[in-house]
Design a protein around this ligand. Structure first.
Ligand code: BF8
Ligand code: SF4
Length: 635
């Protein structure tokens, strides 16, 4: 495969030429070594859920059952449910960590942090029915944390706490009818594991309903809870300008890269990189430069304007610059190969979490109680590592793009309020009604090595905005769009349709940008997809309709992680038409694939999956859906 077919990112292409010349193996090489990938696995038709297996089903004949008698539909549905539980578990565990942090900070046992998001704290407390008057922030935060913990500790059959507070009544009613309302996040994930063990559920439709429940668990006990807690601890993002791509690394500086997902550590690393600036200079560097990768990169980008180095598929290539002195990781989406690449080019890999260790990496255990001490230790390691760097081997691609990020729901409403202070959503809703904005699409999710890096994200979004569709983005999609210049106001003039351009210009100028807003609003990390949910719920509320009736869609053009599947399932459960640019491993069962993409699911829940691997066709399908929703609304 040519380098141009591996990635459209010019910085990544340059680094790939380097790794190829040096004979250093990276993710694309490992995919090639795996090919042809197992056909049974690709279709979801293998099962190793008990020791009588592994069993595999022949899609064209015999055997058509596993040893225990499970058929293709059971096996495919069971495998999918396990993946969805995996995705939900990742986000819920992340949320639980930041909830625990909030509690400790509020109680004073994590003294290295202070609560910066007082406004958010009050807004959340009011929404969940707490009396906010005359309480200091730490007392109020303890009360919020206690309520949030009920999401995990309730033993009743009531809807899960964080869902009960935030989900629209219409959704709870719909989910209740389908029997998919989660009660307790941990219990539901446990139940999914139980339900998929040998000799349990064999009914594919029942298993799929359980999968939808996992999506709802993820959306409320994962995404929403994590975002709320993080905003209370670190503040709600507001627009920031910064840069993205490997060109943000600086040769003369000590380069520290934060990678992973949870901002508890990365925020501290950013702080300590600033505090140890003088020590860095003493070591001969011009200073310390921090850059982010993946979603923890998005978190510090959104709140601190820290530049982002690259997205998922570029993580090894950042090390191939030879300029990364230290990469510190927390959880999720971290390639175990990083230590090999660092050995070839330079740089120390530091793991920090007890459930994410990598052989060859240095492990510095992270805790909220001693966060400053540990962050300082890690940054000092970076300074020591810089002294070992071979400057002759540093090769930083001269590629970076200017971006605006930080569009939390609050920031978007804030910008709109500059157009209409008393009724901020009105300008947006009017633009949608008049057709100046046809609809909105959230492009989210990953890179996947099976798809040319960033290509599907960028191609789809250029076509969407040209058709007057407003795009909001998170996760690695936002990184991809940033690298391609789409998170900058110039892209509005270059790519947006006339209607969209006019609206973005009015709002951008009113908000003091001196020009349009970018055509793509960067709303944050993957857990920040909850911000998109909040915005949609607010819009639906304003219009007096349900989220499922809005002219909107979601798209994960290049999904790779189980989290992308569980987020997508949450979107479908919210009633959203959800595009995937690559089919999940379910094609071995027409019952499963057909149900997930079928009209029956849409009639029951309002949303469904739409799989299309071609960018142009995918955009056509999405626009057709948006137009049908507009027609149904009579606009
Ligand atoms: O949580 S988009 S590759 S980094 S899983 Fe991973 Fe996918 Fe990137 Fe963020 Ni989300
Ligand atoms: Fe085979 Fe059934 Fe065991 Fe799966 S659960 S490995 S299909 S015997």
């Amino acid at each position: 495969m040519s380098i141009e077919n591996k990635t459209i990112d010019r910085a990544a292409q340059e680094m790939l030429r380097r790794t190829q010349a040096d004979g250093v193996e990276v993710v694309w090489d490992r995919l090639e070594a795996q090919e042809p990938q197992c056909g049974f696995g690709t279709l979801g038709l293998c099962c190793r859920n008990c020791l009588q297996g592994p069993c595999r089903i022949n899609p064209f004949g015999k055997p058509d059952r596993g040893v225990c008698g499970a058929d293709a539909h059971t096996i495919v549905a069971r495998n999918l449910l396990r993946s969805l539980a995996g995705g939900a578990a990742a986000h819920v565990d992340h949320a639980y960590d930041v909830l625990e942090a909030l509690k400790k900070i509020a109680e004073g046992s994590a003294a290295d942090y202070e609560l910066k998001g007082e406004e958010k704290l009050k807004a959340v407390a009011a929404k969940i029915g707490l009396d906010t008057a005359n309480k200091d922030k730490n007392t109020l935060a303890q009360e919020v944390a206690a309520r949030a913990y009920e999401t995990f500790t309730s033993h009743s059959s009531e809807p899960m706490a964080w869902l009960k507070y935030w989900a629209p009544a219409e959704r709870i009613e719909t989910w209740t009818k389908l029997g998919v309302v989660p009660r307790n996040a941990d219990r539901e994930i446990r139940e999914a594991m139980h339900q998929t063990t040998m000799g349990m559920d064999a009914d594919p439709v029942n298993l799929l309903l359980a999968g939808i429940k996992q999506g709802i668990v993820d959306g409320f006990a994962g995404l929403k809870l994590a975002t709320d807690m993080q905003d209370i601890i670190f503040g709600t993002p507001q627009p920031v300008t910064t840069q993205t791509n490997l060109g943000v690394l600086k040769k003369e500086y000590i380069n520290v890269v934060v990678h992973g997902h949870v901002p508890l550590l990365s925020e501290k690393i950013v702080q300590w990189c600033r505090e140890l600036e003088e020590d860095a200079k003493e070591a001969g560097a011009a200073g310390i430069n921090v850059a982010g990768i993946c979603c923890t990169g998005n978190e510090v980008l959104m709140r601190q304007g820290i530049p982002s180095a690259t997205n998922f598929l570029g993580q090894e290539l950042a090390l191939a610059t030879g300029a990364v002195d230290l990469m510190v990781v927390d959880v999720q989406c971290i390639m175990p190969s990083l230590t090999n690449i660092a050995q070839c080019y330079h740089g120390e890999i530091v793991t920090t979490m007890p459930i994410t260790k990598i052989p060859g990496a240095d492990h510095v255990p992270f805790s909220f109680e001693e966060a400053d001490q540990q962050a300082e230790k890690i940054v000092r390691k970076a300074i020591a590592s810089f002294k070992r760097r071979d400057m002759a081997r540093v090769k930083i691609p001269d590629e970076k793009a200017d971006i605006i990020a930080g569009f939390s729901t609050e920031a978007i409403v804030g910008a709109l309020s500059k157009v209409d202070e008393s009724d901020p959503l009105k300008p947006l809703v009017d633009a949608i009604k008049s057709g100046a904005i046809l609809g909105a699409v959230g492009t989210v999710g990953c890179n996947n090595v099976k798809i040319t890096q960033d290509l599907m994200h960028v191609e789809m979004v250029k076509k969407l905005v040209a058709n007057d569709v407003l795009v909001v983005a998170t996760g690695c999609s936002a990184h991809a769009l940033g690298k391609a210049g789409l998170l900058h106001p110039n892209a509005t003039n270059e790519f947006a349709g006339e209607g969209l351009k006019a609206v973005l210009t009015v709002v951008g100028e009113a908000a003091g940008l001196g020009g349009p807003l970018p055509p793509v609003l960067h709303m944050g990390s993957c857990v920040d997809n909850s911000r998109i949910g909040d915005l949609l719920m607010a819009l639906a509320d304003y219009l007096g309709v349900n989220v499922k009736d809005l002219p909107v869609a979601a798209s994960a053009p290049e999904p790779q992680h189980e989290k992308a599947l569980s987020i997508g399932t949450w979107a479908v459960a919210m009633g959203i038409f959800t595009h995937l640019g690559l089919p999940p491993q379910v094609l071995g069962s027409d019952v499963v694939a057909g149900t997930l993409t079928g009209d029956k699911l849409e009639s029951l829940i309002g949303g469904k999956f739409y799989v299309e691997t071609d960018a142009k066709a995918a955009v056509e399908g999405i626009i057709e859906h948006i137009k049908a929703k507009r027609q149904a609304l009579g606009i």
